[in-house]
Write a protein that binds this ligand. Structure first.
Ligand code: PLP
Length: 396
């Protein structure tokens, strides 16, 4: 293995931010940009071809989460699906109650939607998590009131990888007649999902986190659950989300879902081994490093550590110079001075939260990639700490 900066290795370890479109997916999409360009609502062969392809994709996406095809609404991505679930249920059930429950560690697509609903007059309870980022189902139970209409708790946490006890939370919600939504953008295709077994009423998916194209996602809505559309117009998606379908995007999402499901058991096993090798290596090779997130209840592709006395951002810049892509906190908060709301909710100090690094593994990664990170990161940390005013020798 080479450590010469010029014969540089490129190691992408930011798959929780986005993934490349895999070749099989791109090949499936291409015909739908030009040759098969029909509008799926049209009554002619161009339209029928698009309609049929969308139906086929809908089956594949449904199959990834053990749902029925008619329970899938295609959207412009995970963010829109989260918005549709939360606003759609809040608005549809307003007459039944005014109280909503979510957690402190949700993705901003969920968190900021609940904050907007607070401004509309809804009351929202944000349940906490423990030091591993784990949510206690009993906290959700205690938060439920007579006027609670929706609980939304994510499945796999995008920053620290903790897998939440969705099945138990869903059971509690169901016992109380409260609808339950989960954002499964990070867990889908990585760990098995069965919406019926998990007692879920609504579930969010995004294509570009599973090697599909950007700008397409889906919301699972259990049969019989009514929600208020948030995008109005034509009668698309069974009157739940208007707008001419993104046909190539949906086809790509379908193919990505099919491949993710077919490869899930082996790929999850492979990624978990790489994850554990990287975690063990980081803790062994670098002093004053702590794992963030749950040691066992963890997404197979997530590694998150805090490197004491340093800023995650400065480590990222040095990693990038060596060809390694990672992230600090969440991609949406990097660049801002506020540390991650997730790490703060887990009880980390501002300093420790600022020193967090996330490596998210994916299809292209190998053991050699992990070896490379373990080779270059300790000297980067050593060099930065030697220059840091917060260093272990500073007395701070
Ligand atoms: C990426 C992500 C989203 C947003 O999905 P987009 O398709 O990028 O809008 C929502 N929730 C989680 C947990 C994510 O990781």
């Amino acid at each position: 293995m080479s450590s010469q900066p010029n014969a540089q290795r490129q190691v992408y370890l930011d798959h929780s931010a986005t993934t490349p479109v895999r070749p099989e997916v791109l090949a499936a999409m291409l015909p739908y940009f030009a040759g098969k360009f029909g509008n799926a609502s049209s009554v002619h062969r161009w339209g029928y071809a698009a309609r049929e392809a969308i139906n086929d994709a809908r089956e594949k996406v449904a199959s990834l989460i053990e749902a029925s095809p008619n329970e899938i609404i295609f959207t412009s991505g995970g963010t829109e699906a989260d918005n549709l679930a939360i606003r759609g249920i809040a608005h549809a059930r307003k007459s039944k109650g005014n109280h909503l429950i979510t957690s402190q560690i949700e993705h901003h697509a969920v968190l900021h939607t609940f904050e907007a609903l607070q401004k509309e007059g809804f009351e929202v309870t944000f349940v906490p998590c423990d030091k591993y980022g784990l949510i206690d189902p009993d906290d959700v139970r205690r938060a439920i009131r007579k006027d609670t209409i929706l609980v939304s708790i994510m499945h796999g946490q995008n920053e620290v990888g903790t897998v939440e006890p969705i099945k138990q939370i869903g059971e509690i919600a169901r016992e109380h007649g409260v609808l339950f939504h989960t954002d499964a953008v990070q867990s889908a295709g990585k760990i098995p999902i069965d919406v019926k077994d998990m007692n879920v009423d609504l579930l969010t998916l995004s294509s570009h986190k599973i090697y599909g194209p950007k700008g397409v996602g889906a919301l699972y809505v259990r049969r019989g659950v009514r929600l208020t559309p948030q995008v109005t117009g034509g009668a698309h998606e069974r009157m739940r989300r208007a707008g001419t379908e993104n046909v190539p995007g949906i086809i790509g999402f379908g193919e990505a879902s099919r491949l993710a499901k077919a490869e899930l058991p082996e790929e999850a096993e492979r990624l978990s081994k790489l994850r554990d090798k990287l975690i063990e290596g980081l803790l062994r090779e670098i002093p004053d490093v702590a794992l963030n997130g749950h040691p066992v209840l963890r997404l197979p592709h997530n590694v998150n550590v805090s490197v004491k006395y340093l800023e995650g951002e400065s480590i990222l810049l040095n990693l990038d110079r060596m060809g390694v892509a990672a992230s600090s906190g969440s991609a949406c908060t990097s660049g801002s001075l506020e540390p991650s709301h997730v790490l703060l909710a887990m009880g980390l100090s501002h300093e420790t939260a600022h020193g967090s690094l996330r490596f998210s593994l994916g299809m292209s990664n190998t053991e050699e990639d992990v070896d490379y990170v373990l080779e270059i990161l300790p000297p980067i940390v050593g060099k930065l700490r030697a220059m840091s005013p917060l260093g272990p020798g500073s007395g701070l």
